[in-house]
Design a protein around this ligand. Sequence first.
Ligand code: ADP
Ligand code: MG
Length: 563
Amino acid sequence: AASKETLGFKTEVKQLLHLMIHSLYSNKEIFLRELVSNASDACDKLRFEALKNDALYEGNGDLAVHIDFDAEARTVTIEDNGIGMNRDDVVNHLGTIAKSGTAEFLSQLSGDQAKDSQLIGQFGVGFYSAFIVADKVTVETRRAGDAADSATRWESAGEGDFTLESIDKAERGTRITLHLKDGEEEFADNFRLRSLIKKYSDHIAVPVYLPQEVDAEDDDGDKKKVPEAVNEAKALWTCAKSELSDDDYKEFYKHVSHDWNEPLTWMHNRVEGKLDYTSLLYIPSKAPFDMWNREATRGLKLYVQRVFIMDDAEQFLPMYLRFVKGVLDSNDLSLNVSREILQQDKQVDSMRSALIKRVLDTLTKMAKNEPEQYQNFWNEFGEVVKEGPAEDFANKEKIAKLFRFATTQSDGETQSVALEDYLARMREGQKKIYYITGDNHAAASSSPHLEYFKNKGIEVLLLTDRVDEWMVSHLNEFDGKVFQDVTKGELDLDELADETEKSQQKELEESHKDLVERLQKVLEGQVKEVRVTSRLTDSPACLVVGQYDMGGHMRRLMEAAGQ
Ligand code: ADP
Ligand code: MG
């Protein structure tokens, strides 16, 4: 073969490899799931591209994954006849990590194996997991449609670098050979591989074959082996719910989501009638690293009549539900559907509304029936859900019921109080939902603006997330009660005061008239107005923002952004 070259891994790959090998060792068998998952994705991609160009099948449209092993040579091979890679693809996909949030992820690693393996699970493991069990990995691959003599061999020991060379490869697709480390011979075994395929890859849509001895001899007089399909090879979402176990759903989640944690819950629905589609939606248990990157890919895969069409079908779910992962399989859309077409399609709108409703209803039910699980959800994704009222006006009230807040009457920083709880605890005569914003819990909860409310036993929401002020401005009210920033303008504290307090306030205003006038003079041009207040009980004075001015928190954000 011509021109062998050696290239270095990008720094982050080196770090990731090192970490993966050490912290995932107790879960080493997952390498097979990751490699079969990639092989299945490659078959999906080929099927999609072949819709427009049948020639890519090169006369063989039976897509499959073949696994084999050689106990003596201590190798395991995973081979697919999917889309394959050209030389550039290989360098880009197997030499770097093209993922947003990689630097942030690596900076959070602590060296503590248990913590780091949790983090790496959230990040997604992928191809490099091969190096948990192999000290050399060889990838031979040819992109569908490319000439047989323009295939590529990539080889690496998973340390600093990898080699590339041009090879001949008659069959399109990718063959990965794992040279097992000392002590990992257990994987070069028919029974072991078979049970791993059943366990991890039963419900991916392509068949996975393993050679099986039959009652005949080959030319060398050895027992003859023929490939035998090991997995169910029926796309999971096409199965009836009754055929599927929780473990089936959980394994499939890991395949579609590239997340290694278990999902929190899932919704599997077959819809027939005006629209005809199946959806399988998952809510993850952990937020991904790139949740705050608005360009990051999202998790819904679109299929049309069981043919994979695209990852990241963002038309079907709003931004505030961007953490939802899963599959949508439509029988109505055309196989030629594109992102542009999706944007204008009426059926897409109906499906989108139905999916939103399904997710919101599931969360509502979880909040009611499994409050602890819901609290976990909220801690991970609450800040994203708070974008809801601005984006999805129609479901404003439903979304607001899902909100949880820290308040002056709740424990610590945990956001655990629902607006319905707040309403139930409102004082007699109280007409508004009071809140205060701040950069953090300590700052918000110690504000002098809260003194009056604490004394009166009136609960105040402590809003410390970046989106809060924006969220409140879109939500505006809940169950007919408007939101009121306790640092803004004249509070209608009158309504909350009893008669004695009202007359005391009048007296105070009278007796301090001179002082107020003097202060007004001294502070002229610096404040709009000086007032006698019953807001404070311990502090002598406080600054208040006009009712229609920007809140302090928002103002600081704008200043920080250079506005
Ligand atoms: P992910 O699957 O999350 O994208 P991986 O690390 O598992 O990440 O794989 C990285 C990339 O390498 C894939 O996105 C794909 O482009 C490419 N790749 C890996 N395995 C194959 C394969 N068998 N056939 C074609 N491309 C592959
Ligand atoms: Mg993968």
